[in-house]
Design a binder for this molecule. Structure first.
Ligand code: GUN
Ligand code: ZN
Length: 430
């Protein structure tokens, strides 16, 4: 049985660094190792002991690199890969000007496959090993995404984006098609390889109440699937939802009233929340997903990480490609830090790394499966070079401790910092 021993400075968490002091929650073994067998993590411990216990294991010595779980990106739109960094619009104009015309192209399965392959290449280079993605209304876009993930052995979640109003011709389904197409895709793909289906109404403005009802019923029939959508990203959008759903108590209620709130629900953005919405999200065991590069790029606002995590809310971290301006979770952590600063609550490096791994895994209901280095977890692992450029190296060399050494890579690092990537134990970068 082939075994690999990945050696370096191994980062593990024994708790949530938002709930317990960082020094208690996070641990770095400066001469650590991770033993990988059959795609799973078989042991984590001191390199000397694991080398002695498993002399037959093939050693991959990553030197001083930080060894941590692959990044988990809990909210992306892979079909927006080619329109990332489109200039000058706010949410609704951005959707109409850039996003919807591009998503129209995914009716063509060849184009969908081309972009899916490009997307997975880009995120692999950036050290992201799992994502939860919106596709487009076209089943072909979902097939292309899952087929590529299956080929690469990656744990992903995704689903057909449902829209039956306020979207252009050619980019709308209807109530029955949303249900039927989603159900057929779910039955074909959910549980295949490492794939999870996510029931995916885009957001309340692009679905009629009847469509939300129908996909809510589908999720109720398959509660082990995820549900992903958007919530309270911009003030104009919140006002539009109030117009479209005059009976709703608030934005969340447009989902809640139709079976779209519960464990396994992921709500992207969640910036402008009322007290009732905060309470209901937490009580329901639903996740919110912070997308900081998107929130600054589209001009949406400042997510309340401290308040939400402080209340016990499940929070994931995400790029929101291509509303977000990067494929990299390093860049995303840097933006989360900056958003925290603008709110007067800067995040610690350990909290940022926890959000990009375990936090997002929790949001995807995959805690213990991905996002942590622990026995029995899937062996999606990365190595980070903490001196990957001269600018970073000259700063990290002055560090007094590991967190001060990691932080310049979080703030200034890019794909060059990702010196190794393993997916289910198989090395795919470096
Ligand atoms: N709200 C509805 N659709 C989208 C999208 O594609 N991106 C972002 N950022 N927000 C949305
Ligand atoms: Zn989104």
């Amino acid at each position: 049985m082939a075994e690999t021993l990945i050696c370096g400075r191994v980062l593990t968490f024994s708790g949530d660094p938002f709930a317990v002091p960082v020094t208690e929650a996070a641990h770095v073994d400066t001469q650590g190792a991770v033993l990988v067998r059959d795609g799973l993590i078989a042991a984590v411990g001191p390199a000397a002991r694991l080398k002695a216990d498993y002399p037959q294991a093939q050693v991959e010595d990553m030197g001083q690199a930080l060894i941590l779980p692959g990044f988990v990106d809990a909210h992306v739109h892979y079909p927006q890969t080619a329109i990332i960094a489109s200039w000058g619009k706010r949410l609704i104009d951005w959707l109409n000007s850039y996003t919807f015309p591009e998503e129209m192209r995914f009716a063509d399965p060849a184009y969908a496959s081309e972009i899916a392959a490009r997307y997975f290449d880009l995120i692999t280079d950036a050290g992201t090993t799992s994502v939860c993605s919106f596709c487009t209304i076209h089943p072909e876009s979902v097939e292309a995404f899952f087929a590529e993930a299956l080929k690469r052995g990656q744990r992903v979640a995704g689903g057909k984006t449902c829209m039956d109003r306020n979207a252009p011709d050619g980019l709308r389904d209807d109530v029955q098609r949303a249900y039927d197409d989603s159900k057929a895709l779910l039955e074909a793909w959910h549980g295949k390889g490492r794939i999870t289906y996510a029931v995916t109404p885009r957001f309340s403005p692009t679905s009629t109440p009847e469509q939300l009802e129908a996909v809510g019923a589908l999720w109720g029939e398959h509660p082990d699937c995820l549900m992903q959508t958007h919530l309270s990203e911009q003030t104009d959008e919140v006002a539009w939802v109030a117009d479209l759903y005059p009976e709703a108590r608030d934005y969340l209620d447009t989902y809640e009233a139709r079976g779209l709130l519960g464990p396994g629900a992921l709500f992207g953005h969640a910036i402008y929340l009322t007290d009732r919405e905060r309470d209901r999200l937490r009580e329901a065991g639903a996740a919110v997903v912070h997308c900081p590069t998107s929130n600054t790029f589209i001009g949406s606002g400042l997510f309340d990480m401290a308040g939400l995590k402080g209340s016990g809310q499940i929070v994931g971290l995400a790029t929101d490609t291509g509303g977000g301006s990067s494929f990299s979770m390093l860049r995303t952590m840097a933006a989360a830090y900056e958003v925290g600063q603008l709110r007067g609550t800067p995040l610690h490096a350990a909290q940022l790394l926890w959000l990009a791994t375990e936090g997002s895994a929790q949001a995807m209901r995959q805690s213990g499966v991905i996002g942590r280095l622990a026995e029995g977890a899937e062996a999606d692992i990365i190595a980070l070079d903490l001196a990957s450029t001269p600018a970073i190296a000259q700063r990290s060399v002055r560090a007094g401790d590991i967190w001060e050494e990691v932080f310049p890579t979080i703030m200034m690092g890019d794909d060059r910092a990702v010196s190794g990537v393993w997916i289910a134990g198989r090395r795919v970068k470096g």
